[in-house]
Design a protein around this ligand. Structure first.
Ligand SMILES: *Cc1c(COP(=O)(O)O)cnc(C)c1O
Length: 393
């Protein structure tokens, strides 16, 4: 008999009742150290007092009004995003998938209105993840996500990750945009080197096409800059944001330059809940916290500590791990043992990590985790790795 919850997830036998900082607690009081943060969502930790205050204050005032009216919290969040990024304008969604939908629509409308309606194709890469909508799965194009769900939305050209020649050949008169995650998340914490991001920017400028970054997972302070592409010193034309921006409240956004967004006039797009007062009150608080000048330097300092510890972890368990990769607090342990065995051994040590493709264990802790949390995480990972090693030999 089918379960009352549609069984699209393989769930671990864990259930949490309460969260605080980087810790989650089960009903019987068992505490788990959370290095997954709801897959990079709880960027400021569980039950962050500032976010609880922002949410409850808004909840006591007004939950929802339509986008037919002005929404002050939405205006505040949009202004903060415009002030602190490349973008001139923002549209708010409830998820990363919806941000992908708009990014694709915006790119096509841009060229339609610019008198180049034949430019509709979006170039994407293997190993990418852009959400589970019809556009999202067509963009990522992996068999795991697309099989049985055809016919797929046309207009996506999926290329091998890192194949520069394939990219050169793929840009044609029908290309509208290149869509890429600066660091692949689901694909196994695979960073695109800075010089390649610069190269993509140059190619897009040369061909007059748009560059779209999906920073749903790697954005919002995760790499130690507000957005990951800032490390490369370049900017996209359109960017998808979600996950960390709401700190746990469902919120996403599409950020864009005035030029890229020029086709999006009144009536061309909309969302009932997108930009809802509750979500935006929390999002604005998240932005205020992350743009405090002291915030990102702390993320970088802690990322250095964790990274250093992980390098020695890998060195002391050569039968389990191969390498550390990623940037900031978006880190991957490339495994030799099965990544799912390492994640399961972590559960045994009351430690939460997240598996990713390419046999990687992902570490995406709250950006606010403490130095003591880092030491504890390394100790638990060390014990988990020792158990995996012992069970294999
Ligand atoms: C999670 C994710 C998405 C999809 O976001 P949802 O909120 O699950 O719809 C899209 N792109 C990337 C890079 C993601 O990590």
């Amino acid at each position: 008999m089918i379960p009352s919850i549609l069984p699209t997830y393989n769930r671990a036998p864990l259930s949490f009742q309460k969260g605080e900082g980087a810790w989650l607690t089960e009903a019987d009081g068992t505490r788990y150290l959370d290095l997954g943060a709801g897959i990079a969502v709880n960027a400021l930790g569980h039950a962050n007092p500032d976010l609880v205050a922002a949410l409850t204050e808004q909840a006591n005032a007004l939950w929802h009004v339509s986008n037919l009216y002005n929404i002050p919290a939405q205006q505040k969040l949009a202004d903060l995003l415009v002030e602190h990024t490349f973008a001139d304008t923002a549209f708010f969604t409830n998820s990363g998938t919806e941000a992908c939908e708009l990014a694709v629509k915006m790119a096509r409308k841009h060229f339609h209105d610019a008198g180049q309606p034949e430019r509709t194709d979006i170039i994407t890469f293997t190993g990418s993840f852009h959400g589970r909508s019809s556009a999202g799965i067509a963009a990522a194009a992996s068999e795991k996500m697309t099989k049985g769900f055809g016919p797929l939305l046309p207009g996506f050209v999926n290329l091998p990750f890192g194949d520069h020649e394939a990219l050169s050949n793929a840009i044609t008169d029908t290309t509208a945009a290149i869509l890429i995650e600066p660091i692949q998340g689901e694909g196994g914490i695979r960073p695109v080197p800075d010089q390649c991001l610069k190269g993509l920017r140059d190619r897009c400028n040369y061909h007059g096409i748009l560059l779209i970054f999906d920073e749903v997972q790697c954005g919002m302070g995760r790499t130690g800059k507000l957005f990951a592409h800032e490390w490369a010193g370049i900017a996209p034309d359109i960017m998808m944001v979600a996950k960390g921006i709401g700190g746990g409240f469902p919120l996403g956004a599409v950020l864009a330059t005035e030029k890229a967004a020029s086709g999006m006039t009144a009536g061309s797009h909309g969302s009932t809940y997108g930009g809802n007062p509750l979500a935006c009150a929390v999002g604005a608080r998240v932005m205020e916290i992350m743009t405090d000048p002291a915030f990102l330097p702390e993320v970088n300092r802690k990322a250095g500590l964790l990274r250093q510890g992980l390098e020695s972890l890998v060195a002391s368990h050569p039968g389990v791990f191969e390498a550390v990769r990623g940037n900031g607090l978006m880190l991957g342990l490339k495994c030799i043992a099965a990544n799912t065995d390492v994640v399961a051994a972590g559960y045994g040590e009351h430690l939460l990590t997240v598996p990713a493709a390419d046999n990687v264990v992902r570490l995406l802790p709250p950006l606010t985790l403490t130095d003591a949390d880092i030491s504890e995480a390394l100790a638990r990972l060390d014990r988990a790795a020792a158990k995996v090693q012992a069970s294999e030999s």
